[in-house]
Design a protein around this ligand. Structure first.
Ligand SMILES: C[S@@+](CC[C@H](N)C(=O)[O-])C[C@H]1O[C@@H](n2cnc3c(N)ncnc32)[C@H](O)[C@@H]1O
Length: 694
């Protein structure tokens, strides 16, 4: 099955109303911090509420919840407890917790898929959709509730496979929990088949998605009816989704789409006997609802796809992840093109350096016709960088990790300057997917180091050192946003990470420009500028600021949505920040081994090979046009100093660059998530709080 557009749909439009879940569950690690009914954080000042069931003595009384290490579900309010308790008890979830504490299993790891499966089974039970056990065997690949299970593919033939044993053990535990729920506590003898439980567990593995409330960390998983679950994957998707949670304090956006603009297509199997509308009403009147939104213009009849994986990974990694979880090989437009797309080549580091005067790069035998370096060449450094990233993620020492990562990155950049015949067999381009991961880590590690330093020391020298770390962190955020933007231009489905990274660097730039440490650095005799606000420092170069600001302030101003507006705005944004950057980039990167070799964090044309050069040349202004002149060609507003000379000016320029990034990131986030999403509001708040503070 698949979903197709019922009509022409422009980019940045909801294509479904909010769809309620059939089943959902928090990850184990959030059971004590978040409400299991609305997924919102528990108030630490109010004791949480427990499931209500007078007939069962609960093993975790409210008073001991904070000290107990045993998992259970908790609620933020009596209303949430009332809404969800019955589902918790009658699905067998409560009994599963008891079994997991007993000696009847050695289950390792998270239990959210088991708990969601029990809840999904209950949903099917209540809707009368469950086939009888005897009917299952001859029809093992049947759909229940319209949802594919993929059990045969997931279980495969290898009994030593981890997925195989997890499904078998999961099915057994679910079956046991359901029997305990029914008062049958006999555990020794295996009773009946666990096929039904295995099928439903496979349905959850195949159809569930991670719930990211407020576009933050995944809190748990949810399963939706066919209107969402029939949407297939593409590595160049034309849609994305967001969640809306109804809890106390959550306001519903006024511009909610009320109808489905997508429709099911494909052969509906014989066993699919439930009306879609019946399921889409779901059984949960609460929990995270999902809304699908177009991120590209979609033609009537075109298939609507979302991504099931991280699109900033190269093709092989995406494929192995998709195979691991879903057992299919993606043949979407991005994956099936030969040779691979420019973006996939860049993510693998398979693109020749070009255009830098120090580099003469002939297309030799080691290159394919399209100028890609052979795969082996970047293996060594990639391996080292991968290890350093893993080390940071597991041990997490920011200082050592910064050193290690930067050493590896700068060695690779030095290698790139050599002639091909002089190069060692290692080569990691600045836009390699591992380099992107390294920038994420470096931006965060430098920030943490600055915070740690200020927490321990208050002397001026330490403040200045922390300030410089903040600068470096901002530089890495900028490099990351610029690098992802370079990939986003030819592959617009990367809009979601692009929105996040632009907002993140905007936040960092604004916070840097507002830092009190400027008071320690400002030159003697020059007045200190406090007038950092949008209104005082509007951009003299582009009219974008007003346009994008209007978009953030007035959600209905969707005149700037649509493909043409998007192209124009993206081009103007890049042109304008390319003018601003030369004023601040040198100070952000000063003294850094790796960063000092990156001459421009948003212009990566030097990566391009002949094969791609014409394809992606529209968006950048020519580097040689960008001098070190001021953004608007005038002197500093506050102290009338010479252009580009004083710290006040640098500070103002950082602010201006930050507000451009935030407004553009907010604009992209409006396309992906709508005007009421948290990410959009977040960028708005950052801008206006900055005004208040200044
Ligand atoms: C959430 S379901 C999507 C709807 C599914 N096609 C159906 O008929 O119910 C996920 C499953 O659909 C199939 N699928 C999704 N995207 C695919 C793709 N791009 N190529 C091949 N199979 C895909 C895989 O079997 C996957 O496990």
């Amino acid at each position: 099955m698949e979903m197709r557009a019922k009509e022409d749909i422009d980019m940045g439009h909801d294509v479904t109303p909010p769809i309620p879940p059939l089943a959902f569950s928090l990850s184990d690690s959030f059971l004590r911090s978040h409400c299991s009914a609305c997924f919102l954080p528990l108030n630490p000042r109010i004791p949480p509420f427990l499931p209500i069931d007078p007939s069962i003595v609960h093993p975790f009384p409210a008073t001991s919840t904070s000290s107990s290490s045993s998992p259970s579900v908790l609620y933020c309010s009596p209303e949430c407890s009332k809404a969800d308790s019955d589902r918790h008890m009658s699905s067998g979830e409560h009994h599963l917790f008891l079994i997991l504490q007993s000696e009847f299993t050695t289950w390792q790891g998270d239990t959210s898929d088991l708990r969601a499966s029990l809840r999904l089974l209950l949903c099917f039970e209540k809707l009368g959709l469950l086939p009888r056990q005897n009917d299952l065997l001859p029809n093992i690949s049947c759909r229940i509730g319209g949802l594919i299970s993929n059990r045969e593919k997931l279980i495969g033939a290898d009994e030593f496979d981890e997925t195989f044993s997890r499904i078998l053990e999961g099915g057994r535990l679910m079956s046991l929990a359901r029997r305990w729920r029914d008062g049958d506590f006999a555990v020794e003898e295996e009773k009946g088949d666990t096929l039904l439980e295995e099928i439903v567990l496979c349905q959850v593995i195949t159809n569930s998605i991670e719930v990211q409330v407020n576009e933050g960390r995944p809190l748990g998983i949810a399963v939706y009816g066919p209107s969402f679950s029939w949407i297939n994957h593409s590595c160049s998707p034309n849609a994305c989704y967001r969640f809306s949670c109804h809890g106390s304090g959550t306001t519903q956006c006024s511009s909610v789409e009320s109808r489905f603009r997508i429709v099911a297509s494909g052969e509906v199997t014989r066993t699919w006997a439930c009306e879609e509308s019946k399921l889409d009403n779901g059984l949960c009147g609460y929990g995270p609802r999902i809304i699908v939104r177009s991120i590209k213009a979609i033609k009537k009849g075109e298939e609507v796809c979302v991504t099931y994986t991280d699109l900033l990974q190269p093709k092989d990694m995406r494929h192995s992840e998709l195979w691991e979880t879903y057992r299919f090989i993606c043949k979407c437009s991005r994956c099936s093109v030969f040779p691979q797309t420019y973006v996939d080549c860049v993510l693998l580091g398979h693109v020749a350096l070009k255009g830098n005067a120090t580099i003469t790069f002939n297309v030799t035998d080691s290159f394919s016709n399209h100028g890609f370096i052979e795969e082996e060449t970047c293996k060594d450094s990639a391996h080292c960088l991968g290890e350093a990233i893993d080390e940071y993620l597991s041990i997490g020492d920011p200082e050592t990790s910064c050193q290690k990562l930067e050493n590896i990155l700068s060695e690779c950049l030095q290698d790139d300057r050599l002639k091909p015949q002089e190069r060692p067999s290692s080569n990691l381009q600045p836009l390699h997917h591992l380099s992107l991961n390294a920038y994420i880590i470096l931006a965060s590690a430098y920030k943490i180091r600055a915070i740690n330093l200020l927490a321990i020391h208050s002397e001026v020298d330490y403040k200045l050192e922390a300030f410089n770390m903040h600068r470096t962190s901002t530089a890495y955020s900028l490099l990351l946003a610029g690098a992802v933007h370079h990939l986003f231009v030819p592959e617009t489905s990367l809009i979601v990470p692009a929105a996040n990274f632009w907002i993140s660097v905007g936040e960092s730039l604004l916070s840097l420009s507002r830092s009190l440490t400027w008071n320690l650095t400002v030159e003697q005799g020059k007045p200190h500028s406090n007038l950092i606000s949008l209104s005082s420092y509007g951009c003299g170069r582009c009219s974008l600021m007003d346009k994008l600001e209007a978009n953030l302030i007035c959600p209905k101003a969707n005149s700037i949505l649509g493909q043409d507006a998007f192209n124009e705005i993206s081009k103007k944004f890049l042109d304008c920040i390319s003018m601003i950057l030369p004023e601040v980039w040198p100070s952000l990167i000063s003294g850094h081994n790796y960063l000092k070799d990156i001459c421009d964090p948003v212009d990566f044309r030097w990566l391009r090979t002949e094969a791609f050069s014409s394809e992606h040349s529209q968006l950048h202004v020519d580097c040689t046009d960008v001098g070190s002149s001021c953004i608007d060609g005038k002197g500093c507003v506050s102290c009338a100093c010479e252009a580009g000379r004083c710290t006040n000016r640098e500070r103002t320029t950082l602010f201006q660059l930050g507000s451009h990034c935030l407004l553009y990131g907010g604009y992209l986030s409006t396309i992906c998530y709508g005007c009421c999403s948290l990410l959009t509001s977040y960028s708005k708040n950052l801008l206006y709080n900055a005004e208040k503070c200044s």
